[in-house]
Design a protein around this ligand. Structure first.
Ligand SMILES: Nc1nc2c(ncn2[C@@H]2O[C@H](COP(=O)(O)OP(=O)(O)O)[C@@H](O)[C@H]2O)c(=O)[nH]1
Ligand SMILES: [Mg+2]
Length: 351
């Protein structure tokens, strides 16, 4: 497997190996006190082993930390001691994951980030802040010989061993919101475009891991392929500093493969589309270089309005390396062409 991660790389799926702590053993021990040569049994119990746990932390948005620490090992319980003392329990290993993390049981072996070929069994779908799931439960501590004394057995040698901690491989994956995400200031025409792209009324999916509820439209192409596009409201200036619902918004678009920047080309709302694009790109760059490096294109909307052609030329000149697609979402012009392009870019994958 080649190398490590680049700085701030966004990991949205990873395989981990969990090994919980073994339970400590119960022990055989007899009271030893001055002047009492043969004390009774006082061997204590072993402590329980620690669990390996994933826990949702709302302020996280990726699984990158697991790339370098994909082997999750919890502490073993200590063995019992004399004087009926129970061994100390092993500490849990708790790993923070973002809201919207799905946990699958994975086969042994395989690479760290490849998606396993076979169908995996989902064992948890974590959404709410603080929600926990135990990947591997710690072993139970054994019983000391103090438990085995009886009227006929005053010096028991019996005791039990701690049970081993569970272990297993898991595959964690962040839930995708859509293949493509619409990004743009209010009134650029995102909702209108989503309605024009997807024949069906945009399906408002329920994403319980977020306060922002994106509308997701499904684009059906001929030949059974399809793509999903999300209209995620809420990007405003200062989003990277968590102004408004900034971080929530940015976390959402982190979960889209392709970013479609929608602008009001003629600046009909007294906005300048180039300035808007620069502001949007800046917000994204400040939040995450990885997100900034993701594929994006410009949807130059409202081409039916006066002055749009001239502004379109300015946009193309300012962003010469970026694909610009002129459309009128409300009139439907250029929407079929855009759809065909989206099919080429993202629509090949059967769901
Ligand atoms: N003239 C014109 N108006 C549009 C076009 N697309 C959207 N609009 C209008 O722009 C306004 C904002 O559109 P909306 O889809 O709600 O924008 P959003 O805030 O980005 O979702 C609405 O009044 C739309 O009817 C377009 O292509 N041409
Ligand atoms: Mg809208």
């Amino acid at each position: 497997m080649g190398g490590g991660l680049k700085k701030r790389q966004f990991v949205d799926h990873i395989r981990v190996y969990a090994r919980a702590g073994d339970g400590g053993n119960g022990i055989v021990h007899f009271r030893r006190e001055k002047y009492i040569p043969k004390g009774g049994p006082d061997g204590g119990d072993g402590g329980d082993g620690g669990d390996v746990v994933v826990q949702v932390a709302a302020n996280t948005d990726n699984l990158t930390h697991l790339f370098y620490n994909s082997k999750l090992v919890a502490q073993a319980g200590e063995h019992g001691r004399g004087r009926e003392q129970t061994g100390r329990g092993g500490k849990d290993k708790v790993v923070k994951v973002p809201p919207g993390t799905m946990v699958f049981r994975a086969p042994e072996g395989g690479g760290k980030v490849e998606r396993p070929e076979e169908e995996l069994e989902m064992v948890a779908d974590l959404t709410g802040d603080g929600e926990r799931f135990v990947l591997a439960a710690g072993g139970v501590g054994g019983k000391g010989n103090v438990h085995f004394k009886s009227s006929t057995n005053r010096a028991p040698q019996e005791h039990t061993q701690g049970t081993p901690g569970e272990e297993g491989a898991f595959y964690l994956e962040l839930r995708k919101i859509a293949d493509a995400g619409l990004v743009g200031f209010p009134n650029a025409g995102k909702s209108t475009l989503l309605g024009a792209l997807s024949e069906a009324k945009p399906k408002v999916a329920n994403y319980p891991f977020t306060t922002l509820q994106p509308s997701v439209g499904v684009l059906e192409f001929r030949g059974f392929s399809r793509a999903t596009v999300a209209d995620i409201p809420g990007l405003i200036e200062g989003a990277h500093q968590n102004v408004g619902l900034g971080h929530d918004f940015l976390r959402h678009i982190m979960r889209c493969r392709l970013l479609l920047f929608v602008v009001d080309t003629p600046g009909s709302e007294a906005r300048d589309p180039i300035e808007d694009l620069q502001k949007l790109r800046t917000e994204i760059k400040l939040y995450s270089e990885e997100l900034a490096a993701r594929d994006w294109l410009i949807i130059a909307n409202k081409m039916d309005l006066d002055g749009a052609e001239e502004r379109l030329g300015h946009i193309r000149a300012r962003f010469p390396k970026v694909e610009v697609i002129p459309i009128s979402a409300s009139a439907g012009d250029g929407v079929d062409g855009l759809k065909a392009r989206l099919r080429e870019l993202i629509g090949t994958r059967p769901e």
